[in-house]
Design a protein. Structure first.
Length: 99
């Protein structure tokens, strides 16, 4: 699998409802961390149901690669997920709460 990284808001998993991050269109505008002005950062690994250990390690390896490029995760979220065809890994990093 190959990985691609972008600094955009949103997720590559349109069928999955948002959770503590708030609505997909505006993460951080609602949800558990909406009123938090300072946090240490969040890492979200989204995989298919029944994800095996090898895939978990591969996705987490992408998180570590992203942190190697910029280790400051203060008030940011890194989301790692398989794209819809499950042949590429998407890495998305954004501010929370939004700047």
């Amino acid at each position: 699998m190959s990985a691609k990284c972008s600094m955009r808001i949103g997720s590559s998993s349109p069928g999955i409802p948002r959770d503590f991050r708030g609505p997909r269109q505006a993460p951080g505008s609602a949800g558990q961390f909406a009123g938090v002005s300072l946090h240490a950062g969040l890492v979200c690994i989204e995989g298919p149901v029944g994800m095996d250990l090898a895939l978990q390690r591969e996705l987490f390896s992408e998180v570590l690669d992203e942190l190697d490029q910029d280790s400051d995760l203060t008030n940011q979220v890194i989301e790692v997920s398989l794209n819809e065809s499950e042949d590429e890994i998407d890495v998305i990093r954004y501010q929370m709460p939004p700047a």
